[in-house]
Design a protein around this ligand. Structure first.
Ligand SMILES: CNc1nc2cc3c(=O)[nH]c(N)nc3c(CCc3ccccc3)c2[nH]1
Length: 374
């Protein structure tokens, strides 16, 4: 008995897109879904109530960060992540592999696991597949990711093949180490870099291990977008239709649409919250850098098609002023807007799939958004 159940509601007639419901111990998630990232047990600048207000159904957190600070045992003693961060809806945690590679400098990878230095204080640490699962079990997320190596984009065939094969062996070890499959759903992660045959082997071998859901890893790491889409075309067909598919690290509007069309159900990205704090916001007519002088006396909202709290109550001029004055409210208002923009885009996508008009919706969205302005 797995912790989650995926219900395929409708297969799009125009593309590989699907409408689904993911039943989890903390509630039902409608897919396709965008998942805000809350790396250190908080979606930066947002309260849980504000996240619910804008329609967030599931949030992500990070094993690597929470292990280093405050420690997974403290979170466990607090009653687990849901209690600790006052979030009673679903949570997904990544296994830490990716973060070790993108955050800590000194690191050594062996069959056993990864030795690395903490990006906080330089202290030495070791994480194995077993250790990663132990941490994720202690944190208590509804969906947990297997410990994998996100193969670097520029890796050659030989390295990518060895890395992918090790990730498969690690996946088996994660399955064996997982203590609570009835409470926490463990997803396998497909690797294989930019190579068709390696992606196919990784997908087939990972599916043989029968996980409740599958992630496509090793993407959104600097490769051109058309390569990412090509890798999806090579990989998704080998993933079972009755299980959710999660494309890791993807979240720009155009990539969300292209991923949905290729049969992806779940997405995450730090982009909307990160660029919000730097003063860049999504709008239906493309991205806007609010600090630019042109907005100084623009008393219209960020986006006149947006229904969010920020767009209903504040002007571009005011938000620009807050950024120029380095006011904390600036980051909050921009974050509310950017997250709502993507969550609403996913709502519109789900409606378009229901109405068999997804490709028409995509056409119209790109025309207005100005596709090239990704
Ligand atoms: C930005 N691009 C990006 N590509 C990724 C590839 C992988 C990958 O191949 N393996 C794993 N395990 N994670 C990846 C992530 C991190 C996603 C995440 C961040 C925060 C919280 C929860 C989840 C990625 N992120």
């Amino acid at each position: 008995m797995s912790a989650i159940r995926y219900e395929l509601i409708k297969q799009c007639k125009q593309s590989g897109a699907r409408l689904g419901k993911l039943h989890t111990p903390h509630g039902i998630i409608e897919t396709p879904i965008f998942m805000p990232v809350g790396t250190q047990a908080t979606v930066k600048a947002m309260t849980p109530e504000e996240l619910k207000e804008i329609g967030a159904q599931i949030i992500l957190s990070n094993t690597y960060h929470l292990y280093l600070r405050p420690g997974e045992r403290l979170v466990e003693r607090a009653g687990g992540l849901h209690e600790f961060m006052n979030w009673d809806r679903p949570i997904l945690t990544d296994s830490g592999g990716f973060q070790v590679f993108s955050l800590s400098d000194l690191r050594n990878i062996t069959e056993e696991g990864v030795t690395f230095r903490s990006h906080l204080d330089g202290s030495k640490h070791f994480i194995s597949p077993e250790k990663a699962i132990e941490i994720e079990n202690a944190l208590g997320a509804d969906i947990i990711m297997a410990f994998d190596e996100c193969t670097p984009y520029e890796a050659d065939y030989e390295y990518t093949k060895n890395s992918m094969e090790r990730t498969l062996r690690w996946a088996e070890r994660c399955k064996s180490a997982h203590k609570k499959p009835d409470k926490q759903a463990l997803f396998g992660i497909v690797q294989g870099g930019m190579f068709k045959d390696l992606r196919e082997i990784s997908a087939k071998e990972t599916v043989k291990m029968d996980f409740p859901g599958y992630a496509v890893g090793g993407l959104s790491i600097g490769e051109p977008k058309d390569i990412m889409y090509q890798v999806l075309d090579w990989t998704v067909p080998f993933l079972p239709e009755n299980k959710p598919r999660y494309l890791m690290g993807v979240g720009s509007p155009d990539a969300l649409l292209e991923g949905v069309i290729r049969g992806i159900d779940m997405f995450d990205c730090v982009l909307p919250t990160r660029i919000a704090r730097n003063g860049t916001v999504f709008t239906s007519k493309g991205k806007v850098v609010i600090k630019n002088a042109e907005h100084a006396e623009d008393f219209s909202p960020l986006d006149d098609e947006c229904d969010c709290y920020t767009c209903k109550n504040y002007s571009r001029a005011y938000i620009r002023h807050l950024f120029k004055a380095k006011e904390i409210l600036a980051a909050r208002l921009a974050t509310i807007h950017n997250l709502r923009f993507l969550l609403k885009l996913m709502e519109d996508i789900r409606r378009a799939i229901m109405e068999d008009s997804l490709l028409d919706f995509k056409e119209e969205f790109f025309k207005k958004y100005g596709y090239t302005q990704d």
